[in-house]
Design a protein around this ligand. Structure first.
Ligand SMILES: [Zn+2]
Length: 361
């Protein structure tokens, strides 16, 4: 056999192995969804216009009939949700309880329409309720907060302005919703066949809430844990902050890591995520995330060893043009890791003429 033929054969064998691995993963995923279905929990993947792709809503066959998250406020999302409900013999009008996991519009945008049509109760973390009820005002404040933060960390004014109009154009995929059932951290959400422990796990957003079925060892984790991507700890205004809040920047990544640590202590059989696949081993996934954040922090530490840099300069060094098109996301990433280094005393922060620069310490 010629070397070329041998290579071709080897490639073929590798492709086949990869295909078999994919098929095996697919079978295992179906089995886990079956386990969830046996517990009365059905995953409904709803389309969104965002880069993240579909969002997972979960229908819980119980009393009250419960829907955890709803998808964004769009005709397409509503249409697909209706069809997904129909596949389980249900209609929007049958829903009795809507649960909101956190403040991102791909998760709660449809909630107000669903609540109006069904008369369902709406449950969300107590501290999130006023935010959801005043969605328009809160996102305005959020945008102003983000703009100040971007300018302070070296993002050019025209980029900050452009991002603000992008954010405004997304506004329509959300809508204010009235919370009728405020939930408290550590409290219980009792349905007929199950009790869900309400756990506040801020970091990805200030309001992330996960729901633990202790008896079945099953966790509805929303965006607190996602199998195929690391959840971005986006910088956001603290919940309940005054309108003109300009205090210290929130420590989103530090907070997120602490939240992940607490989740890793839970004993779980299955974790159901807000996007993509189920998570069979949450501890392994959390360890992987910890290693990734550690590596990224070290990489950023090396970038400030030579000369002091702004967070935006660091982001450009790491991600090139993505640091411009997704300036706020990448800024959040850099600042999150910088907070880790600052906390360890390995970086210093200095503000000069309104722009913050970081140096190695
Ligand atoms: Zn989210």
């Amino acid at each position: 056999m010629s070397a070329e033929a041998a290579r071709a054969q080897e490639q073929q064998a590798q492709d086949k192995q990869a295909q078999e691995r994919d098929e095996q993963a697919e079978l295992e995923e179906r089995a886990r969804l079956q386990v969830a279905a046996q517990a009365g929990i059905h995953r409904l993947a709803i389309p969104t216009p965002f880069m993240v792709g579909r969002v997972n809503a979960y229908l819980i066959e119980d009393s009250p009939l419960t829907l955890v998250d709803s998808g964004p406020n769009s005709a397409k999302a509503l249409d697909e949700l209706e069809r997904a409900l129909q596949a389980h013999g249900r209609r929007v009008e049958d829903i009795e309880l809507l649960v909101v996991t956190h403040q991102h519009i791909d998760h709660f945008g449809l909630a107000s329409i669903l609540a109006r049509r069904s008369g369902a109760e709406v449950a969300a973390l107590e501290a999130l309720a006023p935010w959801l009820e005043q969605f328009g005002r809160e996102t305005d404040l959020e945008d102003r907060f983000a703009e100040r933060l971007m300018l302070r960390h070296g993002i050019p004014a025209e980029v900050a302005t452009a991002l603000r109009s992008v954010s405004a154009s997304f506004r329509g995929w959300g809508a204010p919703v009235h919370v009728t059932m405020p939930l408290s951290d550590g409290g219980e959400l009792a349905l007929r066949d199950r009790t869900l422990r309400v756990l506040h796990r801020p970091g990805h957003s200030p309001s992330d809430t996960v729901f633990l079925d202790e008896r079945r060892r099953m966790l509805l984790a929303a965006d607190h844990l996602i199998a195929h991507i690391s959840s971005n700890p986006l910088l956001a205004r603290p919940l309940g902050a005054p309108a003109d809040y300009d205090g210290p920047r929130p420590q989103a990544l530090v907070t997120y890591i602490e939240s992940l640590r607490r989740t890793s202590e839970l004993s779980l059989e299955l974790t159901l995520s807000g996007h993509g696949r189920t998570i069979p081993d949450h501890v392994a996934l959390i360890d992987e995330r910890f290693r990734m954040h550690r590596r990224r922090a070290e990489r950023i530490r090396r970038l400030i060893e030579g000369e002091p840099r702004s967070a935006h300069e660091i982001a450009q060094e790491l991600w090139g043009n993505v640091a411009v098109t997704q300036a706020y996301l990448t800024l959040s990433e850099v600042l999150g890791h910088m907070d880790l280094l600052l906390g360890e005393g390995r970086a210093a922060e200095q503000e000069d003429a309104g722009v913050v620069r970081f140096s190695a310490a």
